[in-house]
Design a protein around this ligand. Structure first.
Ligand SMILES: *Cc1c(COP(=O)(O)O)cnc(C)c1O
Length: 380
């Protein structure tokens, strides 16, 4: 028997409290029971999203919520600026183009970020930009973008800021209302520790005003219609009832831990992981602020990163992730988001040492574990 461990940058492990709750018999969504459930969930979501406005859940993966954000706030022919520094940034470009938007790319090499000054410059040069789209945590490269800085430069303009926070919600601090972020998009299978299947959109009043005049086509993803149900703790269409039941459990867990502590935990796991891989002489892929959700690592010279990912899986029954697109074969990615704790990090690093040794890389056994333990031993 080899115990299975999921250490990918999403989907992430689901805590047993949520699994057990989701295994309960199905309830109908047009009942007082569902209304009570969803009333609690709404309050919890507002706290996690750090917003006063209603968060709209949708039965889709994170990409569905990205699409919903675009089709509800923009109109045919609009110009948008996209921070493109990874595969998920490319996804914003693709969605924009699919809807005929005029996309200005603010590109940076993968592993880097785009400074807020460049966003400000683009907004100054092209005042017709209706929205700036970005990731918070770019999961393909492991970089955390400066959403606070982007918000500071978009807020005084007519452009709204749309943030893909799928791998940062309940992982890295994102002060939706206080920073002035207009749309926050999230999914269930990363920091929220749930199975995939729920997407979320949180809109500012400015973004809801845009939604009123948006002309892009939409039917299922009509957020104004959905919000009319959300405010009554109902759903327009059949919701993903079981995942909403699980959501109540994880919201209670996050509430009990406290958001500041949730962010601190992820930061510690990320720092320990980085210290561990660097202690093995490996190079981090992220050259800008690293994401607390995952760590992206260059494979050692002469080793195909896909072989590392395969060895984790075949030899140790652990799922990690490789690189996407042009990063395939060059990097591997270790997830440490959601239901993750210190000894998951220790396991991942210990497994990495064994995998590297199996692939013929000289390894000083224990070096990465020791480095991580030193981070964990630091006084808070
Ligand atoms: C996981 C993820 C998504 C969503 O992907 P889906 O497969 O559609 O859930 C979007 N953006 C980022 C940054 C992600 O990490």
């Amino acid at each position: 028997m080899k115990k299975y461990q999921l250490m990918a940058p999403g989907p992430t492990p689901v805590p047993s409290q949520a699994l057990l709750a989701m295994a309960q018999p199905m309830i109908h969504h047009r009942t007082p029971e569902y209304e009570a459930l969803f009333t609690e969930v709404r309050r919890g979501l507002a706290r996690i999203f750090q917003t006063q406005t209603d968060v709209v859940p949708l039965a889709c993966s994170g990409t569905g919520a990205m699409e919903a954000a675009v089709v509800n706030t923009l109109s045919a022919g609009d110009t948008v600026a996209v921070v493109r520094a990874g595969k998920f940034g490319e996804r914003w470009v693709e969605i924009g183009k699919a809807y005929g938007l005029n996309v200005i790319e603010l590109a940076a090499p993968f592993g880097q970020t785009v400074p807020a000054e460049r966003v400000a410059e683009a907004l100054g040069k092209t005042p017709s930009i209706k929205a700036v789209l970005t990731q918070h945590s770019e999961s393909s490269t492991g970089v955390l973008h400066d959403v606070r800085g982007f918000a500071a430069v978009t807020r005084p303009t007519d452009a709204i800021l749309i943030v893909d926070a799928v791998s940062s919600l309940a992982i890295a601090n994102l002060e939706t209302d206080a920073w002035g972020v207009d749309v926050v998009v999230a999914g269930s299978q990363k920091g929220l520790m749930l199975p995939p299947g729920l997407g979320f959109c949180a809109l500012s009043e400015r973004a809801w005003a845009r939604a009123k005049t948006s002309t892009l086509p939409k039917y299922y993803f009509n957020l104004i219609q959905e919000r009319a149900f959300v405010v009554k703790s109902e759903a327009h269409f059949t919701p993903a009832v079981s995942i909403i039941v699980g959501l109540r459990e994880v919201l209670r867990m996050l509430e009990a831990e406290g958001l500041p502590q949730v962010f601190k935990r992820h930061d510690r796991l990320a720092r320990a992981t980085r210290a561990g891989v660097e202690a093995l002489g490996l190079e981090l892929f992220a050259k800008a602020t690293p994401s607390p959700a995952l760590t992206s690592v260059h494979a050692p010279r002469g080793v195909d990163a896909e072989k590392i990912v395969a060895a984790f899986s075949k030899t140790h029954n652990i799922t990690i992730a490789g690189g996407q697109g042009e990063m395939k074969g060059r990097i591997f990615r270790l997830g440490h988001m959601g239901y993750a704790a210190e000894f998951d990090t220790i396991s991942a690093l210990a497994a990495l040492e064994q995998v590297l040794a199996e692939l013929g890389v000289p390894v000083d056994f224990g070096a990465s574990v020791r480095a991580a333990q030193k981070v964990f031993a630091e006084k808070p």
